[in-house]
Design a protein around this ligand. Structure first.
Ligand SMILES: Nc1ncnc2c1ncn2[C@@H]1O[C@H](COP(=O)(O)OP(=O)(O)O)[C@@H](O)[C@H]1O
Ligand SMILES: [Mg+2]
Length: 223
């Protein structure tokens, strides 16, 4: 059998290698989630470089971890050191980058983990493709909405300066497009709102959607 009934998909399954058969696990996602006491999910942070994706994703992870949740952050630069180290920044490579990250995030989620991804992921279609590979409710798009002027003022990696000087080609927001989400599950004004507030907004949205429960934040697991 070539179908993958444990991974629901609204998009066609990408072509698989020949002569392969899906092996069904006995320890399925629901059992892992029951053991963890919370759902697995993909929290997908998107926004311009410097908008605060990494900062917010790690701060949310810290809060979740301290409350006893199983978490992992997939971060842009780190992934490009290894799994996606062969990819550049053309639209085609960015698409492949997000496809691989989406597949990886899905595996983490199947493992019962709350996976937080911090990638510019500038193209709407690429993000929607990831959303389409998982069940409704599994993918929370969090738009880190900070104006480019603020991101450029922060310029914590000095990349905007280099991009303005023409030293970096295809830099998002300057020489490459950023397509803001049309219907994100949550928009956080990371340009003007303090980090603690932003963290609380994300956690509240996760509670509202039943990914974690209030008891996790004041129950016996929390430290
Ligand atoms: N509310 C906020 N949320 C996230 N980052 C913020 C916020 N306010 C200020 N910052 C700062 O903005 C910068 C964002 O950098 P970073 O998280 O690396 O962005 P990105 O991962 O989107 O490129 C950091 O220096 C961080 O301290
Ligand atoms: Mg980052």
């Amino acid at each position: 059998m070539s179908s993958k009934p444990t991974l629901h998909s609204r998009f066609p399954t990408p072509p698989a290698s020949g002569n392969i058969v899906w092996h069904h696990a006995t320890v399925v996602r629901a059992r892992r989630e029951a053991q963890n006491g919370h759902r697995g999910a993909i929290i997908w942070f998107t926004g311009l470089s410097g908008s605060g994706k990494s900062t917010l994703a790690h701060a949310v992870e810290e809060s979740l971890h301290q409350s006893g949740c199983r978490t992992f952050v997939l971060d842009g630069d780190n992934v490009r050191h290894g799994l996606c180290g062969d990819l550049g920044f053309s639209a085609k490579d960015r698409q492949e980058n997000i496809r691989r990250i989406g597949e990886m995030a899905k595996l983490f989620m199947e493992a019962g983990v709350i996976v937080l991804t911090a990638f510019i992921s500038p193209y709407r279609a690429d993000r929607e493709r990831v959303r389409g590979t998982v069940e409704h409710g599994d993918f929370l798009e969090v738009y880190c909405d900070a104006p480019i002027e603020i991101c450029e003022t922060r310029d914590i990696k000095g990349l905007y300066k280099k991009a303005r000087a023409g030293e970096i080609a295809e830099f998002t927001g300057i020489s490459s497009p950023y397509e803001a989400p049309e219907f994100p599950e949550l928009t956080v004004n990371t340009g003007t709102t303090g980090l603690d507030d932003c963290v609380q907004q994300v956690i509240s949205e996760m509670m509202r959607r039943g990914i974690v429960s209030a008891t996790e934040f004041c129950g016996e697991n929390s430290k």
